[in-house]
Design a protein around this ligand. Sequence first.
Ligand SMILES: *[C@@H]1O[C@H](CO)[C@@H](O)[C@H](O)[C@H]1NC(C)=O
Length: 300
Amino acid sequence: MKMLLIILCIFDMVSCISSISLWPPSPGYYPSKKFRSVSFWRGYRNLWGPQHQKLDQNALTIWLDRTSGSGFKSTRPFRSGYFGTSIKLQQGYTAGVITTFYLSNNEAHPGHHDEVDMEFLGTTFGKPYVLQTNVYIRGSGDDNIIGREMKFHLWFDPTKGFHHYAIFWSPKEIIFLVDDIPIRRYERKSDDTFPLRPMWAYGSIWDASSWATEDGKYKADYRYQPFVGQFTNFKAGGCSAYSSLSCRPVSVSPYRSGGLTRKQYSVMRWVQRHYMFYDYCKDHKRNRSLTPECWLRARR
Ligand SMILES: *[C@@H]1O[C@H](CO)[C@@H](O)[C@H](O)[C@H]1NC(C)=O
C-alpha cells in the first residue's frame, strides 16, 4: 500500500494528495442550511464581461479567455450577513487564473476601500488549488496596501464537484467557511482593523498572472482556454444597507450573539493545522506594526 502511494505520488500529485488527505471532523452545526438559496437574478447582476457569462437554471457559468473574463455583483449593499455560493473550479492547467467570491466597496470608495476575499488561485498540472482568504481595511490606491492573507489547501479536489464557500461578516467578526467548516475567524479587535462600511458581494474569474500562481512564476496559458468557473446555490442572509438599524446580524453558530461553538473552534484549529500553509501574522518578513490585530487581544 505504501509503495503504491509513493508510485502514485510520483506520477500524479493531485490523486496522491487526495488519497492521503484527511477529512475534518464534523463541525456539529451547518449554517448553510439556515439560509435560503436565492436565484441569481434576485440577488445579483452581471458587472462586466456579459458575453462570458451564462445562466442555466440557477447555475451561473463565467469564463476567461484571451479576450475577457467576467464578474457579477450583488444588487444590494449590506451592513452584515452570510454570503455563500457553491463553486466548481476548472480542471487542468489554470495557472494565473483566479476565481473569486468576495465582499467589497471598491466602487463606493475608490482608493481606500474595504474587502473580504475568498480567491481560488489557479495551478499548474498536478498541483492543488490554493484558497487564499484576505481582509483589507481602507486599502489605499498607493503601494501601501496591507493584505491579511491566510492560504489553505483543501481536503478535497475542488474541480471534481461543487462545494459551498461562504463569508460571514458581522460588526464583531468575519468567518470564512468551506462546506460549513469554519476555516478562519477574523475578529474586530479595533475599529481601525475591521471593515465597517457597507459592502456588496461579488464573484469573478480573471487573469492575475502577475501574482496568482507561485508569486507570478506561472502565467495564464491561453492554449488551455476557456477557463470556466461554475457557481450555483447562492445564499445571502443578513442586513442590507437599506434595512432598518434594528436589523440584527445573523450568526453562523447556535449563539445569536455570534462567535463559534467549542466544536466549531476545534474543527477550525484542525483545518488550520493540517491545511493552512501561510499566515500573514507569522510572516517574519512583514512589518508587524502595520497589522496590530496579530498581537492585540480581543475586546470583551
Ligand atoms: C513599519 O511600519 C511603521 C508604520 O507605518 C513605520 O513607521 C516603520 O518605519 C516600518 N518599519 C519598517 C522596518 O519598515
